[in-house]
Design a protein around this ligand. Structure first.
Ligand SMILES: O=C(O)c1ccccc1N[C@@H]1O[C@H](COP(=O)(O)O)[C@@H](O)[C@H]1O
Length: 212
């Protein structure tokens, strides 16, 4: 089965174009001011118009309010919403109000954390397994941290799922082989510095994924 890749945290036309040209299935736009990848609405508007119809625009949010969601969805012409640190009831409310697919991040450190995904079974469309960031971290994702991929082996998933957290061009092949993921998501693993995407790393990551 082909593996789909989302390149997250894009903020320049050049890196967005590289992700599209090299075969990204989704591009991620971050709307979270503490992140070095946070977009203004004007930036999102400009990037959104470069994305062809076969690539989905995913907005990344941390427990957002309705005003932020509405403005970001319009500016970024978002086709899916990725939620971090958002309760199941709130995710369900966002889903029914926006009528867009909801990706919900589940932070994983131990096997017990995987059970958290079940609470989103009727509230989301996809689970994104991501590494748990340390208590008090500024960001709940996008820190290049990975979890023990073997935890996913044999796990019965409540929803379609994607793998993220610390993936990069050198390890994504092993991550896919270990977990059986058919969808992967990367941010800092294709950067030269926090928030600075690297076109060569994007190309290498997508080559590793699409040549499997
Ligand atoms: O990328 C960010 O800055 C970010 C901010 C807030 C929530 C999530 C964020 N990124 C997501 O984190 C994961 C893993 O990132 P990484 O590859 O380990 O750097 C990814 O899903 C991003 O979408």
């Amino acid at each position: 089965m082909p593996v789909l890749a989302k390149i997250c945290g894009l903020s320049t036309p050049e890196t967005l174009d590289a992700a599209v040209a090299r075969g990204a299935a989704q591009v991620g736009f971050v709307f979270f001011p503490p992140s070095p990848r946070n977009l203004t609405f004007d930036q999102a508007r400009g990037l959104a118009e470069r994305v062809p119809g076969h690539v989905d625009r995913v907005g990344v949010f941390v427990d957002p309010d309705d005003a932020l969601l509405d403005t970001a969805v319009a500016a970024g012409r978002l086709e899916a919403i990725q939620l971090h640190k958002t309760a199941p009831q709130r995710a369900a409310a966002i889903r029914s109000r926006l009528r867009l697919p909801i990706w919900v991040a589940v932070a994983v450190k131990t096997a017990a954390d995987l059970a958290g995904a079940a609470a989103f079974a009727s509230a989301a469309d996809r689970v994104l397994y991501d590494a748990k960031t340390p208590e008090g971290s500024a960001l709940p994702g996008g820190m290049g941290l990975r979890f023990d991929w073997r935890l996913l082996q044999g796990h019965r998933h409540a929803l379609p799922w994607s793998l993220s957290g610390g993936l990069d061009p050198g390890n994504v092949d092993a991550a896919i082989r270990t977990t059986g993921a058919t969808s992967v998501d990367v941010s800092s693993g294709v950067e030269s510095a926090p928030g600075v995407k690297d076109v060569d790393k994007i190309a290498a990551f997508l080559k590793a994924v699409t040549s499997l």
